[in-house]
Design a protein around this ligand. Structure first.
Ligand code: SF4
Ligand code: SF4
Length: 732
């Protein structure tokens, strides 16, 4: 060993020892913070499916690849990071001797070839990512950036480290080539040979370059260890467990939505018959009341801003950004952790748990963080502003896009649950809706005995369950479908088409109440449970004696479709629920309905969030339209998985939209820009929001908002009176 190698070896060992010590400390700290969360035993189920999903999502980059070039570039950088870690290990042999290398595999040409290819692709990948970050920097002139609010120096730092590590890897190889100690052939490592051709014949070159490479890598480790909230770096490790423990491991990638998680206390679903707010946790009032998976979510956020770029609230000037919400919760959790780890925190009655002695050694900042309300405006020092919390439409665009499977909607609803159930603090205008749900069983407060009014004037009988011996489908009409003027036209159209197709169906009539969706999304789990239990009982009675496959329900409202199909199972209601567009598509494809006159004038389709993103029904409505209209659907730029919300979900339908641009107006502008004269929808709330948007733009005479079923009916029965445009004022 020469004198240069003695120095390089000592320096490499020294910086590595410091980095490893700091990294171990950081991992222990992060683990301690994540363990502060509540139990989540269900996250350990189905380990086989979890492992498969984790491997498919990470190795296949299933989310990231939806972002085209950036996804591909990230894949190369990820693979580069994993494989080239071996080259960092190899550098420890090279600081000792410039001709050194990894034992065994270091002599394989295939290893030389693979690492050469990955180095080059990694270099291209990181340069692309750097260019994309620079092009999207928040300070660029004009436009909003997905990186707005991200800690930009951290992103630049990580990218430069990757770039430098790759460059120094090539320099090490180059010096070996220049000194004639490189054992891989030219054909396998052409770039290394090209670099070697321009480097001097310096015998210590490889050792010095290896030391610099180790120093750069360890600097990265030291910096991220001193910044445990640096998700842009830590996600390289945390993304794996975060995806492994995702809520629905068996579902294919991209469908981490659907049922909301039930309210839990100590990891167990809450039973409202016995629940006691002084003993049981009602929603989330403090950051440590999220489950450990929630805290892992917050720690894993890469600050990439893909969620933010898709969020309808953020895109229309509201204060909510799902990314900033997650970052606020993360920073708060880590700042509050010393206080919690010292035994601090409030019990369920609001009393401090720690003694003065336990908290005596804490600094004032940790104590102050412990005192912050989770939800509160700037004046009260809240972590999340109420306007942020209530701006969410639960559209799921954030969850859909998040490359590391963060579950924003569950966290938002958990915080709403505490605000509604314990604090009674929510936008006051929504109180009328909740009272109507409790007293009348529907959000509009319409009399229950008018639930069947939509059947009046139909030229066929609509039987109630119990009036017919047998029926194939139970037609779940929904409150909008029963009471709201526009939606009633859809209900009639669906009933007419089912009758035309010879489908036997029956309704519950006055036996039906609200599915509970708006109550659940606003956070009133108590009212949801009350309504849902009643409905489950009614439905179980209606289907008595039938196996699950024959307990078929067709619903026109995607919110009912989602709640009945995905959430009633939590209460013992197992049904086969289809959306009317799925059933109609089937009827058309099997020849039971025949479109005869194509609807012309151009048609665009708006994907309802709870039909599309939440339940992956993208094709059926398009198939129906494809058969019923002249020409192709004029798709909006934001469609299918990236569809833009109408603004009504998450109980926003019953809240005023006081901040920023109206979401429905934004969507209507996009729809109108297609030039289509018909905007087809598959949801009564979308219908109301988009109709209001069209009317608000004074385009009610030129553009019509109608349900897919109405489009089909016009094509199947062109002679049938259609009852005018569905852009009529709301009734009911
Ligand atoms: S669910 Fe939709 S509105 Fe809510 S934060 Fe996510 S993207 Fe924004
Ligand atoms: S929550 Fe997910 S999508 Fe949003 S910034 Fe973090 S990692 Fe990116």
């Amino acid at each position: 060993m020469g004198s240069v190698q003695i120095v390089t070896t000592i320096l490499a060992a020294g910086i590595t020892a410091v980095a490893v010590w700091l990294a171990v400390r950081a991992v222990l700290k992060m683990t301690a913070v994540i363990r502060l969360g509540q139990p989540a035993p269900e996250r350990f189920s189905d380990k086989g499916a979890r492992t498969k999903t984790m491997l498919v999502e990470t190795a296949g980059h299933t989310r990231m690849l939806k972002w085209g070039v950036v996804g591909a570039a990230h894949w190369f950088v990820m693979v580069g990071f994993i494989v080239l870690s071996l080259l960092v290990l190899e550098a420890y042999f090279e600081v000792v001797t410039p001709t050194g290398g990894l034992p065994i595999i270091g002599h394989w040409t295939i290893f030389g070839l693979a690492t050469e290819v990955i180095t080059v692709l990694g270099l291209v990948g990181i340069l692309v990512l750097m260019a994309i970050r620079l092009r999207n920097r928040p300070t660029r002139p004009g436009g909003r950036s997905r990186f707005t609010g991200s800690t930009m120096w951290q992103g630049y730092f990580v990218e430069w480290i990757v770039l430098l590590v790759l460059i120094f890897g090539l320099l090490i190889r180059g010096f070996k080539v220049a000194t004639d100690h490189f054992e891989y052939p030219l054909w396998a490592t052409p770039v290394s040979h090209a670099v070697g051709a321009v480097l001097p014949d310096w015998s210590d070159g490889a050792s010095v370059a290896a030391l610099i490479k180790i120093a750069i890598s360890m600097t990265w480790l030291i910096v991220i260890s001193l910044n445990v909230t640096m998700g842009v770096a830590w996600h390289r490790f945390l993304a794996f467990p975060n995806i492994f423990f995702k809520r629905e491991p068996a579902k294919p990638a991209g469908s981490g939505l659907g049922a909301l998680r039930p309210m839990t206390s100590q990891g167990k679903p809450l039973d409202f018959e016995e629940a006691d707010p002084e003993k049981d946790q009602f929603g989330v009032a403090h950051v440590e009341q999220f489950s450990w998976k929630g805290l892992l979510d917050f720690s894993t956020c890469t600050e990439c801003g893909r969620c933010q770029s898709q969020c309808p609230a953020w895109n229309t000037g509201k204060p909510l950004s799902p990314k900033l919400l997650v970052l606020s919760l993360r920073d708060h959790a880590y700042a509050k952790a010393p206080y919690l780890l010292a035994g601090g925190g409030k019990d369920l009655t609001g009393e401090e748990k720690a003694t003065a002695a336990q908290l005596a050694h804490l600094d004032v900042l940790s104590l102050a963080e412990g005192d912050k309300p989770l939800i509160g405006d700037a004046e009260s020092g809240g972590v999340i502003d109420p306007d942020v919390l209530w701006s969410c439409t639960t559209c799921g665009a954030c969850v859909e896009q998040c490359p590391v499977d963060i579950e924003h909607v569950d966290h938002i609803v958990d915080m709403r649950r505490y605000q509604v159930l314990i604090e009674s603090s929510f936008p006051s205008e929504a109180g009328v809706m909740l009272r109507n749900l409790e007293n009348k069983g529907n959000p509009w407060g319409a009399p229950q005995n008018t639930r069947e009014d939509w059947t009046k004037g139909l030229d066929f009988e609509v039987p109630r369950v119990g009036e017919v011996d047998d029926f194939e489908y139970l037609f779940w009409v929904g409150c909008a479908g029963a009471f709201e003027d526009r939606a009633k036209k859809t209900t009639r159209a669906v009933a007419t088409l089912l009758n035309e197709a010879g489908v036997t169906f029956a309704i519950l009539g006055e036996g039906e109440t609200c599915s509970g969706d708006p109550a659940r999304r606003i956070g009133n789990e108590f009212v949801f449970q009350m309504l849902a239990q009643q409905n489950v009982e009614t439905l179980n009675e209606a289907f008595e004696g039938r196996e699950k496959a024959k307990r078929k329900i067709v619903a026109t409202c995607p919110h009912c479709f989602n709640t009945l199909g995905n959430e009633y199972g939590q209460l013992g209601g197992e049904f086969e629920v289809v959306h009317h567009t799925q059933l109609l598509a089937h009827m058309v494809s099997t020849g039971k309905l025949t479109p005869v006159q194509p609807v012309d004038g151009g048609v665009t389709y708006h994907d309802p969030c709870y039909l599309g993103r939440h339940n992956r029904v993208f094709a059926a409505p398009r198939e129906v339209l494809g058969d019923a209209i002249a020409g192709e659907i004029a798709e909006m730029p934001r469609n299918s998985e990236r569809s833009f919300c109408c603004g009504a979900g998450g109980a926003r339908m019953w809240m005023e939209e006081k901040i920023g641009k109206r979401i429905n107006v934004d969507r209507v502008e996009e729809a109108m820009a297609t030039g289509a004269k018909t905007v087809a929808v598959g949801c009564p709330f979308c219908s109301t929001m988009l109709s209001d948007g069209v009317n608000g733009k004074g385009a009610g005479e030129q553009v019509e908002v109608i349900d897919v079923a109405t489009v089909l009916l016009r094509s199947v029965k062109p002679e049938q009176p259609q009852g005018g445009k569905e852009t009529a004022p709301v009734g009911g």
